[in-house]
Design a protein around this ligand. Structure first.
Ligand code: S3P
Length: 430
């Protein structure tokens, strides 16, 4: 579907409660499937990526019931080793989180199966999970470092492993496999990737703990007692909220509040980055929701100036760069991002795709192997037809650019946004 979006004159006002966080939805669903007993998950994200996990778990013999309107999911857990062997390959769609987390779980369960997905997913790197899983003893065959991955049952062993790139998907995959290992597994990583797996599995009774700072990573011991089922409400998705934070910042006169958003410190890099540029974002009603910090975020329109981003901050806002690039284009002055080569391994090569798109919109951007430099002038000329390249966050970021561009922007493949944020067009009245 091609969507043409013209400049928006009205400010963004009012409030919105974002859907449940994507990472938390994936984890709650999968961990509930591995628990013993029935779990109830409220504010579950109903999107393309979580539907992929739901489908795969059904093929593995897990019963669940989803009330789509209420966003309430009930899952009947089969226990950590209770998956049935699926007759067909498991189709993870566009969801790398589904594929990489399931890989750890099926290795632990010792269930023979094939994990595959969309063409886009089969282009993404899987060596990063296959290599350490093999070091643990897993019998897994890849396709030139990519999916499809074929698993056969094999006993798993203790492991001490240092991730070359900070990644919550890889860390979580290995922590799940570690539950079935014959000794402790210690996973370290070079930066603070999201720690939702550690928090949620520990709350369910798994012997897992995060490493103490300044180290990053976690240690897991073999599971001795069944995981307790969940009865939780999930925090709102800060990665979806980020699009609205940028929209309200760049649309003059805006004053908008996002309620009960996850403000887990491993996810709040976008708040730090936007504030460093001069954004007006304040937190209220700070609380804890099912072990995750949440707050209401009030954002008011502001003039932005360029900034520099590198190191751990990149990890703490890894999904927010496409939206952030629109803020940088609307800022006055240079924004420089380094240490972000990982952006090339996401749903698309987000450095190359966003740079080409911004250039077509008349923005001055220079690309580096591990980042980019945007010379912001405070305006986006626009007037181009662009492609979302099968990347939900690219689609939504281009829509943000269109909202402030001087000439309308057409976005091909716009509907891919429903992978993670189906409400997006409604909230922005697109
Ligand atoms: C996710 C981790 C991140 C992120 C993805 C979700 C997760 O990927 O980009 O959207 O839920 O663990 P990496 O682990 O590859 O950085």
């Amino acid at each position: 579907m091609t969507k043409t979006i013209a400049r928006r004159v009205a400010p963004l006002t009012g409030s919105y409660r974002p859907e449940g966080d994507k990472s938390l939805s994936h984890r709650a669903l999968l961990f509930a499937a591995l628990a013993e007993g029935e779990s109830v998950i409220r504010r579950f994200l109903v999107g393309g990526v979580t539907r992929a996990m739901l489908r795969c778990l059904r093929q593995l013999g897990v019963h669940w019931e989803l009330d789509e309107a209420a966003h309430v999911l009930r899952v009947r857990g089969v226990g950590p080793w209770g998956f049935e062997s699926p007759p067909e390959p498991l189709d993870c769609g566009n969801s790398a989180t589904t594929l990489r987390l399931l890989a750890g779980a099926v290795a632990a369960a010792g269930v023979p199966c094939v994990l595959t997905g969309s063409e886009g997913l089969c282009r993404r790197p899987m060596g990063r999970i296959v290599e350490p899983l093999r070091l643990m003893g897993a019998d897994v065959t890849d396709t030139d470092g990519h999916a499809p991955l074929t698993f056969r049952p094999a006993p798993l062993h203790a492991l001490a492993y240092a991730l070359p790139v900070a990644s919550a998907q890889v860390k979580s995959c290995l922590l799940l496999a570690a539950l079935a290992a014959d000794g402790p597994c210690a996973i370290t990583e070079p930066g603070p990737s999201r720690d939702h797996t550690e928090r949620m599995l520990a709350a369910m009774g798994a012997p897992i703990r995060a490493l103490d700072p300044p180290a990053h990573g976690a240690v897991a011991l073999p599971l001795q007692t069944p995981l307790r089922p969940l009865d939780i409400e999930l925090a709102g998705d800060i990665s979806s909220a980020a699009f609205l934070l940028v929209a309200a910042t760049i649309l003059p006169g805006s004053d908008f509040t996002l309620t009960q958003v996850s403000v887990n410190p491993t996810r709040t890099g976008i708040l730090d980055a936007l504030r460093a540029m001069g954004a007006s974002i304040t937190l209220a009603n700070e609380a804890t929701l099912a072990g995750e910090p949440v707050a209401d975020l009030r954002v008011r329109a502001a003039s932005l100036t360029g900034t520099e981003i590198h190191g751990d901050l990149v990890v703490r806002m890894i999904d927010e760069f496409p939206a952030f690039m629109i803020a940088a284009a609307c800022a006055q002055g240079e924004t420089l991002v380094r240490d972000a080569a990982e952006l090339r391994a996401k749903e698309s090569d987000r450095i190359a795709i966003m740079a080409a798109a911004l250039r077509a919109l008349g923005v001055d951007i220079e690309e580096y192997s591990d980042g980019f430099r945007i010379r912001g002038t405070g305006r986006i000329p626009g007037g181009a037809t662009l492609d979302a390249h099968g990347d939900h966050r690219v689609a939504m970021s281009l829509a943000l650019a269109a909202l402030v561009a001087e000439h309308p922007v057409a976005i091909q493949g716009f509907d891919i946004l429903s992978e993670s944020f189906p409400d997006f067009p409604r909230v922005l009245a697109l």
